[in-house]
Design a protein around this ligand. Structure first.
Ligand code: DOR
Length: 445
């Protein structure tokens, strides 16, 4: 089916332009930019007054499938994506079983093919001794290392094991950077922690900086492409200024919008790893995004049930769901003058596609995939737990009023979300990665 999206202001690689966009659900591609409004099509969408963006590429989510599907699964997680304007996600290996072998990676891809409404890719997790597995895979954005433990049991902390992974693998690597020794010493000093706010004293600034420095040092010495996940501190942002061309970095909405003052109101709902820090850190992360020291915004969508979250610290698990609200939160930031719409498209669409060499993603351009989101920058709405599509059914932003909302989402030219209605039947596609492209710094703006 051919659809003409007519009259929208489109965010193209060259900037905002009012063009018609012709897409096709058979090839899944963008066929033409600015064809005559009289072009022969099956369907015409009047998008005047609205903005058309490339679909969001969220390079860090936890969809809990297989093994932890009472929290989320690949179907519900992908529906939450469709609602939020996220057309592609890359999912983390801390499922049960962990995705640490080629066999488990391929099983997950098969599961996704049967369950996912949007497009998908899966990282392979590193362990102290699975380098042969890391060398054997190519259907993946890259390797994930937990240099610092989080939810699950994946951890690679020994220097020799880390050296081997960086030396003997060629896929791009990303890491969760919190120093395990520092975290354990802080926890011991605080007797394990007594309140949710203690989480930020245990997983402190120092822990984040030490691990980020350690990983960047490995990447630079081994000349290995490396992506720092969820940067949470001003100190890391300052350190990352020096390391442009091998290193990319990511910030998450929760580290931009929440800080330690929010524990009193939200308790464990803002407990995540890395922990939230101070309002100075919030501001430094915004500055780092604006100056391209951090290139990517991703959610680290990490659902747990409210019952699990309700447990006292430190039993309460870390992580927040965000995939269905991340774009709306950033559109609201545009409304408030924090950033421009073009910057949001760079951080959430183009940059993550380039970091991971995702073919055909992240841009409105002829021949690119017809993964698109139509947004209304004026529409106001309030995030409500009851309206969340994620299986965990809550958001730390419950009750927050935003201006700017995704209205329609297309995946491969198919309308999967239409202002409140989800197409639960559509199935997205496995993302292709062309790692010879060389990542973010090797590709042009
Ligand atoms: O808070 C977090 N939760 N951070 C992570 O890195 C993992 C995640 C999870 O899987 O729950």
């Amino acid at each position: 089916m051919r659809t003409l999206i007519a009259g929208a202001e489109c965010v193209l690689p060259s900037g905002k332009q009012s063009v018609n966009v012709l897409i096709d659900s058979t090839s899944g591609k963008i066929l033409d930019l600015d064809p005559a409004t009289t072009a022969a099509v099956d369907q015409r969408v009047d998008a005047s007054g609205l903005h058309l963006l490339p679909g969001v590429v969220d390079d860090q989510v936890h969809f809990r499938d297989p093994g932890l599907t009472h929290k989320e699964d690949l179907h519900t997680g992908s529906l939450a994506c469709a609602k939020g304007g996220v057309t592609t996600f890359f999912e983390m290996p801390n499922t049960n079983p962990n995705t640490i072998t080629k066999e488990e990676l391929h099983k997950k891809l098969d599961l996704a093919a049967s369950k996912c409404v949007v497009n998908y890719g899966f990282y392979i997790g590193a362990t102290p001794d699975n380098v042969p597995e890391l060398q054997s895979v190519n259907r993946t954005p890259g390797i994930k290392i937990f240099i610092g433990s989080s939810t699950g049991n994946l951890l690679v902390d020994e220097q020799a094991a880390l050296e081997k992974i960086f030396a003997e693998t060629s896929l791009p690597i990303c890491a969760h950077c919190e120093d395990e020794t520092t975290v354990r010493a802080n926890a011991a000093r605080l007797d394990g922690g007594k309140s949710y706010a203690d989480h930020s004293l245990i997983r402190d600034h120092e822990a984040a900086l030490i691990a980020t420095k350690r990983s960047v040092d490995l990447a630079v010495r081994h000349n290995h492409r490396f992506h720092v996940l969820h940067v949470s501190t001003a100190h890391e942002a300052e350190f990352l200024q020096e390391h442009h061309n091998l290193i990319t970095a990511e910030a998450c909405p929760h580290h931009l919008f929440f800080n330690i003052d929010d524990y009193e109101r939200l308790g464990s709902l803002v407990q995540m790893n890395p922990s939230i820090k101070t309002d100075c850190d919030n501001r430094a992360l915004w500055d780092a995004l604006r100056s391209n020291v951090i290139q990517v915004i991703a959610t680290d969508h990490a659902p747990h049930t409210l019952e699990e979250k309700d447990q006292p610290y430190p039993k309460s698990p870390s992580g927040v769901p965000a995939v269905e609200n991340s774009l709306a939160l950033m559109l609201d930031a545009v409304h408030r003058g924090e950033c421009t719409l073009e910057q949001v498209v760079h951080w959430m669409c183009d940059a993550p596609a380039r970091v991971w060499d995702a073919v055909g993603k992240g841009r409105i351009e002829v021949g690119y995939d017809a993964d698109l989101v139509l947004v209304d920058l004026e529409r106001t709405h309030t995030i409500r737990n009851a309206e969340q599509v994620t299986k965990s059914r809550w958001s730390p932003w419950d009750g927050v009023a935003l201006t700017g909302q995704p209205l329609k989402t297309w995946v491969g030219g198919n309308l999967v979300y239409d202002d409140g209605r989800l197409d639960t039947e559509h199935r997205g596609a496995e993302v292709q990665f062309d790692h010879d492209r060389g990542g973010y710094w090797a590709t042009t703006d």
